[in-house]
Ligand binder design. Structure first.
Ligand code: SAM
Length: 230
């Protein structure tokens, strides 16, 4: 069976999984990510978990179709509730909302271990997710944006503890992203627009100080874009 290619978003997530890791792909749906990594011989073993039986059936079908049943196990689990710490060095949470990702991380205390890695690809609420990661003591080691179709996504590689996150006011909005790639610039432009809209809303409510603060961040993002575009 010829192996499929991963889309750019999942390929970026896959590139952050450590060679030879035990992987948990939470909210796996079709299990493309663990199946693809197992076929490359890039993971030692993997749990492909999902909270819903329908997606889990799709995962099982693909695991069987691509002959990786000895390496990848499909498992019904709400978040990491049915995954044991020793089963995962690297945990991928991709294609889910930032709030859900935050909740799943918050429920799995064993992730607070400097040996574990989290690879996070939120579809929404990145700002809240970054704030919550910092609050819970996680650091973003690496972050990269990726374009797929008409959308831009961010993928964060996180670890508990080290190194201390820079206390940068822009961090909740753009994380570690910069304008050094087309995807990074697209993300920065999107965030600037979102903050601009929020500033307008605050101004309409009479919160001039709040609006000015957000417009200040918009200005800083614009300056980053200008620097990279020179
Ligand atoms: C949009 S799919 C993402 C699939 C894949 N991870 C990707 O990025 O392409 C989201 C999946 O998360 C699953 N999901 C939602 N809430 C979950 C939870 N609490 N625990 C585990 N899986 C969950 C859904 O059933 C769905 O299959």
């Amino acid at each position: 069976m010829k192996l499929f290619s991963l889309g750019a978003r999942l390929a970026l997530c896959a590139s952050m999984v450590r060679e030879g890791a035990a992987l948990a792909d939470v909210g796996t749906d079709h299990a493309y990510l663990p199946v693809w990594l197992a076929k490359q011989g890039a993971v030692r073993k993997a749990v492909a978990s999902d909270v819903r039986p329908g997606p889990l059936e799709r995962a099982k079908e693909n695991i069987e179709k691509f002959g990786v049943g000895d390496l990848v196990e499909a498992r019904l689990s709400d978040g990491l509730d049915a995954v044991r710490p020793e089963e995962a060095d690297d945990v991928v949470l991709a294609g889910m909302g930032g709030e859900l990702i935050t909740e799943i991380i918050g429920r799995a205390a064993w992730l607070k271990d400097a040996e574990k890695r989290l690879i996070l690809q939120p579809m929404t609420r990145e700002e809240d997710l970054r704030r919550s990661l910092v609050r819970q003591g996680f650091s973003v080691l690496r972050e990269q944006a990726v374009l797929e179709g008409r959308r831009v996504y961010t993928v964060m590689l996180c670890v508990y503890g080290r190194p201390a996150q820079p206390r940068n006011d822009l961090f909740p909005y753009i994380g570690l992203l910069s304008g050094d790639s087309a995807a990074g610039r697209a993300y920065l432009r999107r965030e600037k627009k979102r903050l601009g809209n929020r500033a307008q809303g605050l101004r309409a409510e009479g919160d001039e100080a709040g609006a000015a603060k957000l417009l200040g961040f918009c200005g800083e993002i614009e300056a980053l874009l200008q620097t990279e575009e020179k």
